[in-house]
Design a protein around this ligand. Structure first.
Ligand SMILES: [Zn+2]
Length: 353
């Protein structure tokens, strides 16, 4: 990957998008999703850092398309941000009107091997990121009720060396990397109950497969003795939503459209790309700015998505041009919309300023 030209890397990225869509639409995957939802009706959302290493479906062996991901730099969110509040509230309302409950997983991440592999967004300060996500959980409880019988917000840590989840609850902390032997589901469910004494039984039963999946994934990770992705090697800045397919570690920096001040995260992402080039971690022949907005229906919804994607691309273009003028000429801009039903990423062609 490392030595290929920027054009080759971009072609490869679109190929990855096409592959993801065709996997997602295949009968196996779509039936697996339907069955999963029938067995586990709780609506799952996860708030996470833009760091590509944090991929919850992959780390929990959950079919893609079940967990709704919201990504932003450093996993920073505030329910007072108008657009974020809107997205979360709409998603929850949708689920609740269909008789489903919601589990909102708010994550921070760190590396047990080296603090330098932690979250750049928080200056590698794990304690600060935990305080921050606990605050988001408080905002969720303010919004959806502190009895948590319909919407249950939780804080999870994500340890990136082994992809291990650390569950935080009223009953303490549970690091899934420390689970010994091969406990059966009943034992794990009892542990969960101790950790979350007030969690509705339905939500607990739907959280259980994530726990089981993560324990298996940790074991597989250990067995594979995979190389830990130590360094930043990102060469793509993604802005918007619909980047599920980019779960290669350390390839893309994803800036969600949620914060009312997008310029900070965009400038920071561009700064990381610049230092990647400066230190020779990526070729310096170019980087990609990929903007995307998802739509659910043809017509008006798609037309709006097109405008959103173009606006975000133009906005990021201006920020990068202003903040990193020496990096700016190396930018290649591509803009797309994502059909949420098929996960098809459709290019809107090269950007015109
Ligand atoms: Zn991070």
């Amino acid at each position: 990957m490392g030595s290929r030209s920027i054009r080759e890397r971009i072609d490869w990225l679109w190929q990855l998008g096409r592959q993801h869509s065709s996997d997602f639409c295949g009968p196996d995957a779509s039936l697996a999703r339907k069955r999963y939802l029938a067995e586990h009706p709780t609506h799952l959302m996860v708030l996470k850092c833009m760091d590509g290493r944090i991929h919850i479906p992959y780390a929990t062996n959950t079919p893609l398309g079940i967990i709704e991901p919201l990504r932003n730099l450093g996993g920073m969110f505030h329910m007072g941000w108008p657009y974020l509040g809107e997205v979360v509230a709409n998603s929850v309302t949708d689920a609740v009107e269909r008789g489903r409950r919601a589990l909102i997983i708010i994550t921070y991440h760190f590396s047990k091997g080296d603090p330098g592999r932690g979250c750049a967004g928080f200056g590698y300060d794990t304690a600060a990121s935990i305080r921050y996500v606990q605050e988001i959980k408080g905002q969720m409880e303010h919004t959806f009720g502190s009895a948590r019988q319909t919407v249950y917000p939780v804080v999870f840590g994500f340890e990136t060396d082994e992809d291990a989840l650390i569950l935080h609850g009223p009953g303490g902390e549970w690091n899934l990397a420390e689970v010994e032997g091969h406990p059966d589901e009943e034992t794990l469910a009892r542990e969960l109950r101790q950790l979350y004494p007030d969690m509705p039984g339905r939500i607990l039963a739907d959280l259980l497969p994530l726990v089981v999946g993560n324990i298996r994934h940790i074991a597989a990770t250990r067995a594979s003795s995979r190389q830990i992705a130590v360094e930043h090697r990102e060469w793509v800045i993604c802005i918007g939503r619909g980047f599920d397919f980019l779960h290669e570690p350390n390839m893309a920096l994803i800036v969600g459209p949620f914060s009312p001040d997008l310029s900070g995260p965009i400038a920071m992402a561009a700064g990381i790309i610049r230092s990647n080039m400066e230190f020779g971690r990526i070729p310096d022949d170019g980087f990609l700015l990929l903007a995307s907005a998802p739509y659910r229906e043809a017509g008006m919804d798609r037309a709006r998505a097109e405008l959103k994607a173009r606006f975000l691309s133009q906005f990021a273009d201006e920020v990068i041009g202003r903040e990193w003028p020496d990096l700016y000429p190396k930018m290649i801009r591509e803009t797309a919309v994502l059909d949420w039903n098929t996960r098809h990423l459709e290019s809107l062609g090269p950007a015109t300023a």
